[in-house]
Design a protein around this ligand. Structure first.
Ligand code: RB5
Length: 146
């Protein structure tokens, strides 16, 4: 069955989102584009919550977000239980966010990377499995805030 991945951006990430929509389709993945749909100024949290909610509820296994720095999107997405949203600025960070942190939301800093780097980050994140083992123990402790 074809995987659907929710993807969202604010105005600062809009152009990169359009590039990654094509890249996802090229890889046989159907993006569920939650917006934004233009470069008109908008609020990143509106899109972060939509994508993170889909991951939180299990409607989607993973999601993708982008804004100018990636930071606002990550703050909002990481408020959702079970969501591990990772800002990745190069393919190594993207791969480690999967291997060590089981990141289920990729966040890209659209104003800080070029399209080729973004494609390489996406590929590393999509293709790298979680290593489990000691990393599973560490992830479990993230929820332990008492
Ligand atoms: C929008 O100007 C910018 O603040 C936003 O895209 C993001 O970088 C926030 O974290």
């Amino acid at each position: 069955m074809q995987e659907h991945i929710p993807i969202g951006a604010d105005h600062a990430g809009y152009e990169l989102k359009q590039i990654l929509l094509d890249e996802l389709r090229r890889r046989g993945i159907e993006p569920d584009d939650v917006g934004t749909h233009s470069t008109e100024s908008t609020d990143y949290a509106d899109y972060a919550h939509q994508v993170a909610k889909a991951v939180e509820t299990g409607e989607a296994a993973r999601g993708i977000l982008m804004c100018g720095t990636g930071l606002g999107m990550s703050y909002a997405a990481n408020r959702h239980p079970g969501v591990r949203a990772a800002v990745a600025w190069n393919p190594e960070v993207a791969a480690l966010s999967r291997e060590h942190n089981d990141a289920n939301v990729l966040v890209l800093p659209a104003r800080c990377i070029d399209p080729d780097t973004a494609r390489a980050i996406l590929a590393a994140w999509l293709d790298t499995p979680f290593a489990g083992g000691r990393h599973a123990r560490r992830i479990a402790k993230i929820e332990d805030v008492t």
